[in-house]
Design a protein around this ligand. Sequence first.
Ligand code: HEM
Length: 528
Amino acid sequence: MAASVVQLIIMTMILALSASLVIIIVGKLLFSMWVLPCLAYRKLKANGFSGPKPSFPFGNLNDIKRLKMMMTRSSSPLMSISNDIHSTAFPYFSLWQKLYGKVMVYWVGTEPFLYIADPEFLKEMAADIKGKGWGKPNVFKHDREPMFGSGLVMVEGDDWVRHRHVITPAFSPANLKAMGGLMVESTTHMLDRWAGLINSGQSEIDVEREIIRTAGEIIAKTSFGISYENGREVLEKLREMQFTLFESNRYVGVPFGKFLNLKETLKAKALGKEIDGLLWSIISDRRKNPPTSGEPEKDLLGLLMADNTVDGRKKRELTTKELVDECKTFFFAGHETTSLLLTWTLLLLAVHPEWQNDLREEINQVLGDGGEIRDVSMLAGLKKMGWVMNEVLRLYPPAPNVQRQSRQEIQVGEVVIPNGTNMWIDVVSMHHDEKLWGKDVHEFKPERFNANIYGGCNHKMGFLPFGFGGRMCVGRNLTAMEYRIVLTRILSTFSFSLSPNYRHQPSHMLSLRPMHGLPLIFKPLPIN
Ligand code: HEM
């Protein structure tokens, strides 16, 4: 009898303990996933920031999905090309801006985000913060771990300083120049392929697919010294990961959201592991078979691994895991954005044949008839091509937003942005803001960049295709060179126009892509 009373007491105690444990866990979860964000939100509200009403636990994700869906359904196959893309690619931001202004708060699950489309606010906010002082939203760092790991795009603080110091010299003008020959070679392969298709009677080519393949080939060679065939597996898996992470309607920022999209989460993880394995073996091979001494390090990986010294001291090295993450970052950031910049350029040049002619004339003047690239340093003379590049970066920025997380309280005028606040800087909105650019804001007018690096924008923070401050894109000069090489060769070989099969639907999938590809009709130019 006494024994059963003791048993009962023990059972009751265990039950009580388990119940309190559950209450503590649930309480802690609620506190960190709801109370803390709510406090942050209230603080932001108290500072005068308003925004769309969130609902627990999805925040404004359902509004975003609904508005996106409405836009996709209502968009008919468009034959008239409008460059006024903010309200079609980002209908939710466009609507909220009208209701709450250019600085507001919206929610990604239980994560409040400060939305910024006002360059003056951005300037004041960023004035005293160095690259090292910025964070990247933790919610994205976790979600995109399989894609970027702790590569330069995501890393913070002293680690960011170390990575950036190792990586920046790899993009020096001398190293870039050495990559020029590889770029010309890959472009020639692509144009030979196009000539073959045209000769066999197929004059319509999906340029988006073709250019992304060539940019992949270029990054495989310039980053890793490997052929497209060897790099293809990494590129294909990265692309699959991009579609898995960004195409499906995932619940990023929602507590346990991973379980709502279990299939996609597991797939992204598995792809991440496979990519890491492939890159790990490329790096191990390189460690086992280093280039013979005296041979210059031509590709980015070789430059990052080189056992050299800076100012007599040994260079700050990256571990193999860090190298793997940087390689993933280069592979993805290095080919996707550049190929989209070229793709959007070909669209706009197809619609504006007068600019095709202008650029051809400039190429002939700077490089001679036929546009052969014998010395890449001559490409700097292609001034009009530089204006066209900037105008395309303005109208169709391949990286349509910049993200930050504050790692300290930031005072902006009268208001305070609390430590830990996520930020979403809407580059597309600023690039399409009539108040910043004037009435012709949506028109393709490359000449606005003639003798004006801000394109006549009335605010220096209104044109941000490569981001801002110390964290500005490290690959922008590589892009500028690849852009000039590929475009010069295409314009010197073919003329092109838009296919009637093109449907104009710029859409956001991490980068800004033409949803239905870019079919163009090509004609070989007469040989002089
Ligand atoms: C059209 C081409 C490109 C565009 C539009 C672009 C755009 C951007 C943007 C907007 C950022 C964020 C900057 C910020 O947070 O303030 C960035 C960062 C970065 N980009 Fe690019 N990028 C391009 C090409 C490249 C290439 C070719 C590479 C490498 C081969 C590259 C590697 C990186 C890296 C590593 C970062 C992180 C820099 C840091 O946080 O310190 N990008 N890029």
